[in-house]
Design a protein around this ligand. Structure first.
Ligand code: NAD
Ligand code: UD1
Length: 332
């Protein structure tokens, strides 16, 4: 029996692969390397000293996907593969809907054919749109403002519908808040394509001298210091959340939905200051305009994951900042 990890060469997938291998799970990684590279696979092996099968397959290639299931005994899937840049999704909606939706439908078709009935899916806090109150609970109203977010919402709906049609089909939908940090070894971490959109990859590149300064997107929000507040979560804590979710759906039928965050929000300036302090480096910044589509504050109510999965994030902001820095220093 194996767990198929789609998108397992990516940022969150690679960290989850490490945790799975470390606990003795048998995994198969599938990736098309559209946003990652083959070296990551060697790094995962280096960290864990374990081996696994890998398939360079695009989820859009249904025949190739079928072959992966035909050749292996896959009974669980952790589905990370997808395109994730919000701005790019506005420019290339067809590509995003095709990759994320069609890719997932192909996966579900093949899972059905081979009687594979457990899936953990990477959703995002983006599905909460602009929440009316904080912290955000799983039963808050859902909405999206861009094609990326729409694909997440649609896939959540598709998974719930598949469960309605087949009660043996078990689903965990994990809504991630803001993953940052990297594995302690510095061997795997976040490697964005081109100019990073998300804040931590940008901060580390300013600190290392690649960019002159960070633009803080607005300081006139209704927050303590006026800058945006987010729930940053260490990627290793997030990865561990997938093991808890897997355990949950091994033991329970139905669709389980969980926020994965720390439950605590930090502002952009708090993040920058913490990064500077723990790493003893300077991060130059200037205050710029608000980024269209951004919200003031976003942080999770994490009680459901704690109560039902016994999962909590254990790593604080300082460790996240240290590990992000360690990764960039080792991978300049
Ligand atoms: P990532 O880009 O590092 O990893 C995704 C991986 O999927 C990449 O290795 C990419 O090559 C692969 N992939 C994409 N399309 C594919 C396809 N059609 N066939 C096969 N492989 C394909 O992204 P990540 O940060 O690790 O995110 C993983 C998942 O979590 C994504 O679904 C993303 O939308 C979701 N998510 C990420 C964040 C975040 O901040 N990183 C937040 C919320 C949700
Ligand atoms: C973004 C996405 C969201 C996605 C999430 C995780 C947008 C509008 N939203 O969220 O859909 O789920 O990433 O992938 O892109 N910031 C700066 N300067 C920068 C970059 C960011 O000040 O150069 C600020 C932002 O305004 C925000 C915070 O830093 O307040 C975090 O930004 P980011 O890392 O992009 O994540 P989100 O905006 O939460």
């Amino acid at each position: 029996m194996s767990i198929l990890v789609t998108g397992g060469a990516g940022y969150i997938g690679s960290h989850t692969a490490v945790e799975l291998l470390d606990t003795g799970e048998n995994i198969i990684i599938l990736d098309n390397f559209s946003n990652s590279s083959p070296e990551v696979l060697d790094k995962i092996k280096q960290i864990t000293k374990k081996d696994f099968k890998f398939y360079k397959v695009d989820l859009l290639d249904e025949n190739a996907l079928d072959k992966v299931f035909e050749e292996n005994n896959i009974d669980e899937v952790i589905h990370f593969a997808g395109l994730k840049a919000v701005g790019e999704s506005v420019e290339k909606p067809i590509e995003y809907y095709n990759n994320n939706i069609t890719g997932t439908l192909n996966l579900l078709k093949v899972m059905k054919k081979y009687n594979c009935k457990k899936i953990v899916f990477s959703s995002s806090a983006t599905v909460y749109g602009n929440p009316k109150t904080l912290p955000i609970k799983e039963d808050f109203p859902l909405s999206t403002t861009n094609p990326y977010g729409a694909t997440k919402l649609m896939i959540e709906q598709i998974l719930q519908d598949v469960n309605v049609a087949d009660k043996d089909f078990r689903v965990a939908i994990l809504r991630y808040f803001n993953p940052i940090g990297a594995h302690k070894s510095g061997l795997i971490g976040e490697v964005p394509n081109g100019i990073p959109n998300n804040i931590m990859p940008y901060i580390v590149r300013v600190a290392v001298g690649k960019y002159n300064e960070l633009t803080v997107f607005g300081n006139d929000y209704d927050t303590e210091d006026g800058t945006g507040v987010r729930d940053y979560i260490h990627v290793v804590d997030l990865a561990k959340g997938h093991l808890s979710a897997l355990k949950k759906i091994r033991e329970n039928s139905g669709v389980q939905i969980y926020n994965l965050g720390t439950g605590r929000g930090y502002s952009v300036l708090e993040l920058v200051k913490t990064f500077e302090k723990v790493n003893n480096v300077k991060v130059n910044y200037k205050i710029g305009d608000r980024r269209p589509g951004d919200i003031a504050s976003c942080f999770a109510d994490v009680n459901k994951a704690k109560k039902e999965m016994n999962w909590v994030a254990t790593k604080g902001l300082e460790e996240m900042c240290k590990d992000s820095w360690n990764f960039i220093l080792k991978n300049k």
